[in-house]
Structure formats: structure tokens, C-alpha cells
Design a protein around this ligand. Structure first.
Ligand code: URA
Length: 198
């Protein structure tokens, strides 16, 4: 089962490359950063886009924000190998600029397919960019740490309901020390939030 999902994720990666999604981003990136962790995970984390370290290593969240993400996972008694971590945009935007709306839109069908393959119990959005995908009208300052059930219609009209838990982006704590405890508090509650919403 797990190997089957890995194969489907590999096929999805190849189809992003073959379909030449965001060719300008692809051209200046070292590689496509698809995801990391367990393809059979109950929890999928979605960040924004790879940074420099992620682009070099081909893995999401391996730089400074990733180090803090690992710390929060440990605080919540989770390991990277238990969960699956990915980004909306799968190529590094140059100079770490924010991904453009059209870049995020171009990757949306692939992100949804990625979620469909993994079929997690909960989707945790990290930061405003990935939250807006699922909860366009929400304010992160009001909704962080709260679970919302959300129906998503796939391009092929298939409907799926996800449990979305929006959290602040781990990088927020690198710029604002006060955010650190907010993020950790939200993070350690995640396993209970999922259990209570089942
Ligand atoms: N920030 C993100 O949103 N994603 C990464 O992979 C790294 C940093």
C-alpha cells in the first residue's frame, strides 16, 4: 500500500515536470521539491515554496524554518517519518520571493491530487498562503489552531472533505520570538484536535 502510494506520488512528480508547470520557476530551480515523509501519513503539512536549502537538497523544510518544524513535531510527539510534508509551489521562487498567485494556482490541481493519493485525516496549512487555498476568507490571527471541515471539488468534479488545521508558518517564529510559543502551543494540541474531530 505504502509503496503503491510512493509510486503514484512519483508519477505525479513526473507529470508536473512533463506538463512544464511554471517553466520560468523550473528553469532557475535546481530541482522540483515534491515532499518528504510517509505517503501513508494521517497528517499532511503544507508550506509555501522551497527555499535555498530545500532547492539544494530536494526536500521541503530542511532550512531554519524546517529545524523549528522538527522541534515542534518532537514537542507534539511526532516524527517527520510519521507525517508527510510538502509545499504549494514545488520549485523555489528566485530570491525567496513570495510565490505569485498564478504560480500557486498552477500547482493547485497537483497539490489536491497529492492529498487524494495520501488521503490523510488532517491537512495542516503552514502560513497564510496555504491556508488561503482552503479557507480563502479566513484570518490566520483568528483561526490558527482551530480545525475546520472543508469540502474541496477536484477538477474532475470529485468532491472530498478535508479536516483543515491552519497554523502559523514556522518562519514566523524566526522573525518574531513571541510567535514561538503560539506555534508550539498550537502544535502540541494537534493530535487531540484530530482525535476529537474524528
Ligand atoms: N518554507 C516553506 O514554506 N517551505 C519550505 O519547504 C521551506 C521553507
Amino acid at each position: 500500500m505504502e509503496r503503491e502510494k510512493s509510486r503514484q506520488l512519483d508519477d505525479l512528480k513526473q507529470s508536473i515536470i512533463k506538463s512544464r508547470i511554471c517553466p520560468e520557476l523550473a528553469e532557475q530551480a535546481t530541482q522540483l521539491v515534491m515532499g518528504d515523509g510517509n505517503p501513508n501519513a494521517d497528517i499532511v503539512f503544507i508550506g509555501e515554496a522551497p527555499g535555498k536549502k530545500e532547492d539544494e537538497q530536494g526536500l521541503p523544510f530542511v532550512g531554519a524554518a524546517g529545524k523549528f518544524l522538527n522541534e515542534m513535531l518532537a514537542a507534539a510527539d511526532m516524527e517527520r517519518s510519521d507525517v508527510y510534508i510538502t509545499n504549494i509551489v514545488k520549485y523555489r521562487p528566485s530570491n525567496n520571493r513570495d510565490p505569485l498567485p498564478e504560480e500557486k494556482a498552477a500547482f493547485l490541481p497537483y497539490l489536491l491530487r497529492q492529498l487524494e493519493i495520501i488521503d490523510p485525516k488532517a491537512v495542516i496549512t503552514l502560513g497564510r498562503h496555504s491556508m488561503e487555498y482552503f479557507l480563502p476568507d479566513a484570518k490566520i490571527s483568528q483561526i490558527h489552531g482551530h480545525a475546520v471541515r472543508k469540502k474541496v471539488v477536484y477538477h474532475d468534479k470529485k468532491e472530498h472533505e478535508w479536516l483543515i488545521i491552519p497554523l502559523y508558518h514556522p518562519a514566523a517564529a524566526l522573525y518574531n520570538g513571541g510567535m514561538r510559543s503560539v506555534l508550539i502551543d498550537d502544535f502540541v494540541r494537534v493530535p487531540d484536535i484530530i482525535k476529537n474531530k474524528k
